[in-house]
Write a protein that binds this ligand. Sequence first.
Ligand code: ADE
Length: 264
Amino acid sequence: MNFHVLTLFPDMIRQGCGVSILGRAQEKGYIQIRVTDIRDYADRKWGRIDDYPYGGGAGLVIQAGPVCRAYEDICKEYEEPPRVIYVTPQGRVFDQTMAEEFARCENLVFLCGHYEGVDERALERVVTDYVSIGDYVLTGGELPAMVMIDAISRLVPGVLNNQESATFESFHDNLLEYPQYTRPEIYEDMRVPEVLLSGHHANIERWRREQSLLRTWQRRPDLLENATLTKEDRRYLAALEEQEAEDEKNVLLDDSQEDSSRDM
Ligand code: ADE
C-alpha cells in the first residue's frame, strides 16, 4: 500500500513513521510512505506558501497553488486519482471501521494543514475525505496523519508478524484486553494472580476471559453492545450487574441508617 503525505514538516512524518513496526514494514516493502514538502511547490520567494486571509483575521492560510501542484504530481503516477484525506478537526471521527475501509485502498494521500488551514479552493479541488482523530484541536495535521497511517498499516497483510497479529485478535470480540503480568512474582507486596501460576490452561483461559469482560464492563460498557458473547459470558456479566445492584442497595441502606441515627 502506498501512502503519500503532503506536509510542511516532512521530517516529522519521516521520523515518526521510520521506526518500529512501520519502519520495518517500509523496509520489507509492505507499505511505502512518501512525504512531499508542500514548500517544494512554492512559486514565491523563499519558498513561501502561505498568506494573510482575505477578509482579515489572525493567522496565515496555506495557498491553493502549492497544494494543487503537489497533488497533481502524485496523480501523474497513477491511472486513477487517489483518495485524499484532509486531516481536520472538522472531519468525521476516525475509528476502526474507517481504518478497515482505507486499508482496502491501494494508494492514499494525506493532506496536513497548519496555521489557519488551507485555502478552501484547494480543498474543493483535491480532497475526497475530511477526517478528524477526535474532538480536540492539535497544532497541525501531522500527528493525526501518523495516527491514521499506523492504524491502517497494521491491517495491511504482512505488516504485523504472527505474534503481533495474535495480540490484535484479542481485541476482535469488541472486548478490552485482560491484564498481563511478568516477573517478578511479587513486586512491592503485589502478587501475580495465583491462577496464572497454576499451569491450568482452562482456568487461565476462563480467568482471562472474565477479566476482559470485567474491564470492558467497567471501562467501556458501550463496547459490550457489539461484543461477541457466549452464554457463559452473559451469565458472568449478569452476575456483575446483580452484584452492582446489591452494592447500590447496601449503600442506600447505610445512608438512610446514618440519616436516621443523626435525626435521633
Ligand atoms: N488538526 C488539528 N486537530 C486535528 C484533529 N483533532 N484531527 C485531525 N486533524 C487535526
